[in-house]
Design a protein around this ligand. Sequence first.
Ligand SMILES: Cc1cc2nc3c(=O)[nH]c(=O)nc-3n(C[C@H](O)[C@H](O)[C@H](O)COP(=O)(O)OP(=O)(O)OC[C@H]3O[C@@H](n4cnc5c(N)ncnc54)[C@H](O)[C@@H]3O)c2cc1C
Length: 678
Amino acid sequence: MTSTAPRPSASPPASSTSTAPGFTAPPVTVPGATAGHTLDGGIPGGDPATAWARRRDAYPLVSPGNRRTFHVVVVGTGLAGAGAAAALAELGYRVTAFTYHDAPRRAHSVAAQGGINAARARRVDGDSVARFVQDTVKGGDFRGREAEAFRLGEESVRVIDHFAAIATPFAREYGGVLSTRSFGGVQVSRTYYSRGQTGQQLQLAGSQALLGQVRSGGVRLHTRHEMLDLVVDDSGCRGVVVRDLVTGEIWAQTAHAVVLATGGYGTVFRDSTLAVHSNASAVWRAHQRGALFASPSFVQFHPTALPKDADWQAKTILMSESLRNDGRIWVPLRDGDERAPGDIPDSERDFFLERRYPAFGNLVPRDVASRAITAEIRAGRGVGPRRNSVYLDFRDALDRVGRETIAERYGNLFEMYRHATGEDPYAVPMRIAPTCHFTMGGLWSDYDLQTSLPGLFVGGECGWNYHGANRLGANSLLSASVDGWFTLPYSVPGFLAGRLGEELPDDDDEVVTAAVERARDRVSALLAVGGATGPEHFHRELGEILYNGCGVTRTAEGLTEAIEKIRDLRARFWSDLRVTGGDGHLNPVLELAGRVADFLELAELMCVDALDRDESCGAHFRDEHQTPDGEALRRDDLWAFVSAWASDGDDRGGPRSFTRHAEPLEFEAVTLTSRDYR
Ligand SMILES: Cc1cc2nc3c(=O)[nH]c(=O)nc-3n(C[C@H](O)[C@H](O)[C@H](O)COP(=O)(O)OP(=O)(O)OC[C@H]3O[C@@H](n4cnc5c(N)ncnc54)[C@H](O)[C@@H]3O)c2cc1C
């Protein structure tokens, strides 16, 4: 069966300004994929440093008395969604928010440990908004939008004050000023933190603000509701279809605008540092209804996760990047060295990051560190029972500053490590290995965070705009906060202002009933397959295919093979899936089946994107394109653009087709250079 919903064309937004003169994207070489048109992100022309201030001033306004006439749906109440819902309600718009969690505070954002960046330059270490932009654009290997990095830097200053005001207990120095530390890919100290629980403290503050609006009637909150589809007509997005996870009821909520803030899709790899229920279903459904998907293959593998020690593990666990401030990464010089780490003298250890990248040492960006670690493991110098990890050693820091100071900085992380592995990191080095952690790709949106489906906006990790081909540590809590609190509350009203008096479709309007029927039909189809294999099995198999074919490094041959395997797995899923239980009650197997069905389509698009992009950039490392030193080799003459994909075809296991649209990227403030962290 094919996707039959109306699909408005992905026309550029009215706010369009510049397109690179003479830009032509290279032909698509992946069989079954075609080239589309050139996209315009609607970035205000002129100096990128002032673009956001000018755009803010240009948004049309909705007068306070008219705001109650507009209804906005926000899907997801993580850091981005809670912020957007609370801020829009505070402005006076009617907001309905959905989350599949049983409370907003349980969103995946609570898992973030390390910190949140802000270019406030409170230390005299040379930081500034310009430096932040340079680090972010360069860190992303020049495959993100420069003008949006400026917005991030500019608003980062407000974000810290805002969260401090709504009760985030940021770490402070003895004298009372907020404390900062360094993260990978930068040479300044701009990361604000709450010990190892920064995400949790930010999410608590954000969800309390949201609950305040629920209490005062500004937001209607539906927990344990999963968005299954969008209501779409010729004018764009008109609402959402949700399923009550407890009763199984499927119903529609119409709205003048919809914000998706549903988080990243890293769980497509199954083993990842993300919360196990994180998924791609909301964004994938939006994609099926016409929203373009940008850079799907740009996935970040975090270098300091715990290695997989057993096949039954439900997920992998992150050790915060902040540990790289004091921990030194090394492997034994000799392949297959069986000695305990303490028995290996310094002269027989290879501190390979410090050796290869003396300027940044252990704090090189994540993509660089993950690749270097993977190379050591593949060369046979991995450590641990499965030889699938490297050491992260605090011996020298403990000698230098003492156990008490290290415990103050990282105590809860050390405790977590001890619980997870049974080893004491004060006494023996931690063992770490790269694992899937963050997705830079997501729904394509313009400068106003509006997708190619008019009226549908994105915020947080489910969007694509800031991080290019590699996100810098501590920039994601920032982008989720900026989107939710300081961008969508301007741009959504800017969109609504032109729609005053517009009626929403009634519940019995055909466009609404058809969307509800489509969602019901899909749930029934999952239950009806009647095979013998549970969704978890397919998910596990998909993860293995992706890690092998579309992982830390990629090749044309490996990607082609992965695409074939994914197609085969998808066909098997739709003929051999077994979902136990029914649809009229809480049924986690049914929920997982729906998510895996979507992952099986998204995974093919990821591999198609990775195969098409015939260059290396950031975390997208094609073995065919590397410097003699093994660094990523970009091809700016051909690939300095963002791929934004449309796809179509069978959504029950059959063939799919792909069209690649292209948004050229221009850099005015940051010189397009090769990254060099040496
Ligand atoms: C272990 C770990 C540590 C991290 N540490 C840091 C750090 O120190 N600094 C940093 O900057 N970044 C960090 N990150 C990244 C950062 O945590 C995330 O990118 C960010 O929190 C994402 O926020 P979000 O609001 O976009 O999404 P989330 O917090 O993932 O929220 C998603 C919301 O969407 C809802 N949802 C999803 N799908 C649906 C659906 N179909 N229907 C209804 N609701 C739905 C969920 O219920 C949830 O409410 C870390 C990530 C991990 C995995």
